[in-house]
Design a protein around this ligand. Sequence first.
Ligand code: ADP
Length: 414
Amino acid sequence: MTRLLLLIPTTSYRVTDFLEAAHRLGVEVAVGSNRRQVLEKYSDGRTVTLNFRNLDKGAAEIVDYARAHPLKAVVPVDDDTAVLAAKASAALGLPHNLPASVEAARNKHRLRTLLAEAGLPSPEFSLLPVQDDPVRAAREVTFPCVLKPLALSASRGVIRADDEAAFVTAFHRIVKILKQPDVAALGELADHILVEGYIPGAEVTLEGLLDRGRLNVLALFDKPDPLEGPYFEETIYVTPSRLPKTVQQDIAAATRRAVAALGLQDGPIHAEFRINDHGPWAIEIAARSIGGLCSRVLRFGTGIRLEELILRHALGLPIESLERERRPAGVMMMPIPRAGILEEVRGVKEALEVPGATEVIITMPMGQKVTPLPEGNKYLGFLFARHDTPEAVEAALREAHRRIDVVIEPATAS
Ligand code: ADP
């Protein structure tokens, strides 16, 4: 029987969607995760604990596992597991990206270096050790600039600075984030801060699937909320894009050049660009699919989900169509408005009465401590809409969100 190993960090939003896709395909699926699973002993090889920190060890564990349980594919669900999947697939002779390419996509400094070397539009950038003196560093920077960690996600720790004082404050703030236990686990990637020139322009996200180096564009999303900082809260994504066709073609071409510069060959691609008078500028090129629950906005062919498409591709199974359904659709990642304890979310019913609003999923448990950007990296939940036009989708998301009332009480100091 065809067996697939899914690499899923315990913190992932996407466990269910990937497992459901595997079940729909009728393949046997094993879950590799970074924490010992309570039922591992009894689950007859369907769960396996892997070292997600030491990737050579983790890859050896997967090879070991595959001896008793032969694997057709090792599929990562996010950035954190993409390098491990590449290493294990290489060792097992399965189709894969070169581990060095995935590593480069995961490391924002390496990404910038390779894109600049390939002649893609690039801002000035420099790498600062966390021990550096930010007051000195600030004197050498051109403003506005953006300071960011090398390997976090969901805009955590990404801060714009317009002057030396803001730079120094941002630097200290990011150093603190890098010392958080979950981040320090990144090892060397938590030792530096990247500083890059601020790139003005509207932002878009391209979802793609690479097949032996060839890019299939699955969807292009506009992000209609201005993202000008100082923190960069992702909110609304709407597809299809309202940008002129020629600009959309330029974005696809820039993605092709960027993935070639990194050497990525296989599997999902999530690329973010800013568009200005000089064309598309890459912000992020990741060897993974869209994060959170956002993939639920996408359907292909006769209704296939993105996760199924990714698994079909990984297993070499036929894919009926890579065409997204025609109806405009969108998602809002509901931001955390302030720090505290999440008590209640009101107005979900009223939000769903908005024409076009299709679903509200609150992912944050009640009673949980919540942290906004730039320290936080979680959303309250996800709001989905489908409508006749991208404008109507955007309006439905905004109105639905307006009707939702989030009750957050101050956390009492303990
Ligand atoms: P993450 O991987 O955590 O999402 P990114 O590097 O993609 O981090 O940055 C998050 C957001 O910050 C981007 O989507 C963009 O809006 C903004 N951003 C990052 N770098 C720049 C930059 N150089 N110029 C302008 N905006 C930026």
